[in-house]
Design a protein around this ligand. Structure first.
Ligand SMILES: *Cc1c(COP(=O)(O)O)cnc(C)c1O
Length: 433
């Protein structure tokens, strides 16, 4: 049980994950300024596209204003490939079911709705905290019209992308891969961002490297890269005037932002190494507590360790309830809960975060289908809330809700010192006293 005031507040905030600059960024930004390439054209853009394609191991990268923009155009492209060109004002997925990650940031799935699609949420597995291939298989049986999957790698840990791909191939389903959080992570030696028919990454301010904003569409197809570049610059046709045959977007990356990304790219591996050390220190420091770290498959994958997270053993959870915006828990000796640990961390001026609240639990998506390993998850979810219904394997039937209930993200900033991290570990221990 944690008592407020027991620990001294840090003088500076320890962030969940904040930008880490190295000096070259400002050089490239200044170069853009001094040569007057202050627009969405310029050498920084050309360079970051080449550097990321080389690093990830894909043929083409298209620099865009955000990861969300990259996902949007990837999903639109998939929609047009599958269902043909859509009428203006009617999304390329109009009225179509699309299988989507459930426990993720809403930016993974919102673009499906921008394109008029209906997300069908697929439950999570415990091994990597990503999409469960068994639940996906079930969903594709229940919704045989599904032809597209949008799948994320959470917190920098590759999901079971090989198994998901096998399930998709069996049912003739295309994949949009959301590698926004997992740049630099590998699965069976291959970088995430190369597993989708279309893939996206992000350079948002809290990601492993950043441009302050920005994202990229990744592909091996020159036609797809050209199409996305065209759509991202208002879909101009080749004519002396502004000629438009299809709907365009203002989604291109700025050459100034690209300067920041360009300065960051050489430090990607260093950031990953720092994040890995943070993860390992937490793992060691918390080993005597009834908690475990966010898991990954050591045989097949190497995460980028973007965020360190923990999950509390079921028998060591104190009572905790969360509504739409408020929460309550009752502290208990020998037990704790995510909200108590987050309050404790917050009291010393450090920043943690709850696990991404699953999409099927979000008011905006309350009417969408949700599929677990055992079928229609909606009915099962209600059973879990009211009584804790368990599946055949003894786990709750709604895995995403269970991880959200018992898990949290820890301060994972690569500028956090060993001493600062030790205090955070100590305060987590105090929560279980
Ligand atoms: C950050 C993030 C995005 C969106 O990227 P932006 O660059 O912020 O638009 C999409 N999906 C996931 C899983 C993310 O974490």
């Amino acid at each position: 049980m944690f008592t407020p005031g027991q620990f001294k507040r840090f003088d500076r905030t320890i962030w969940l994950a904040s930008p880490t600059m190295h000096g070259e960024e400002i050089k490239y930004v200044r170069e853009a300024y001094e040569t007057n390439w202050m627009s969405t054209v310029g050498e920084n853009i050309n360079q970051v596209e080449a550097l990321i394609a080389g690093k990830v191991g894909c043929k083409y990268a298209v620099a865009l204003s955000a990861g969300t923009a990259a996902l949007h155009l990837a999903i639109k492209l998939a929609g047009e490939k599958l269902y043909g060109k859509s009428d203006v004002g009617k999304g390329s997925l109009f009225g179509k079911h699309v299988a989507c990650s459930d426990m993720t940031f809403d930016a993974t799935v919102n673009p499906v709705v921008y394109e008029g699609g209906i997300p069908v949420f697929i439950d999570t597995e415990y091994d990597t905290w990503n999409m469960d291939p068994v639940a996906l298989d079930k969903a594709l049986e229940l919704y045989p019209d599904i032809r597209l999957l949008v799948v994320a790698h959470l917190y920098g840990t590759p999901g079971k992308i090989g198994e998901l791909r096998n399930v998709c191939d069996k049912h003739g389903v295309l994949i949009v891969e959301d590698a926004a959080e997992s740049l630099g992570a590998t699965y069976k030696g291959r970088q995430t961002g190369t597993f989708g028919d279309y893939s996206a990454i992000s350079f948002n301010g809290n990601k492993i490297i950043t441009g302050s904003a920005g994202g990229m569409f990744l592909t091996d197809s020159i036609e797809d890269a050209d199409k996305v570049r065209k759509w991202s610059t208002q879909a101009r046709e080749n004519a002396p005037w502004y000629q438009h045959e299809e709907l365009g977007f203002n989604y291109r990356m700025s050459n100034v932002i690209a300067g920041v990304v360009r300065g960051q790219i050489p430090y990607l591996d260093e950031h990953i190494a720092q994040k890995k050390t943070i993860y390992e220190r937490y793992k060691e420091g918390l080993k005597d507590l009834p908690v475990s770290m966010n898991p990954f498959d050591r045989d097949s994958s190497e995460p980028n360790f973007w965020l360190s997270c923990l999950i509390i053993d079921r028998e060591h959870m104190c009572k905790q309830v969360r509504g739409d915006s408020e929460y309550l828990y009752s502290p208990e000796s020998g037990k704790s809960c995510p909200m108590e640990i987050l309050d404790a961390i917050d009291s010393i001026n450090a920043q943690g975060r709850p696990i991404w609240k699953p999409m099927h639990m979000q008011p905006i998506y309350r009417m969408n289908p949700f599929i677990t390993r055992e079928g229609n998850g909606r009915a099962k979810t209600n059973a879990y809330i009211s009584g804790g219904a368990l599946g055949q394997d003894g786990n709750p039937l709604d895995v995403g809700m269970d991880i959200f209930h018992r898990g949290l993200c820890l301060p994972s900033d690569n500028k956090m010192t060993v001493e600062e991290q030790k205090v955070i570990i100590d305060i987590i221990k105090a929560c279980f006293d």
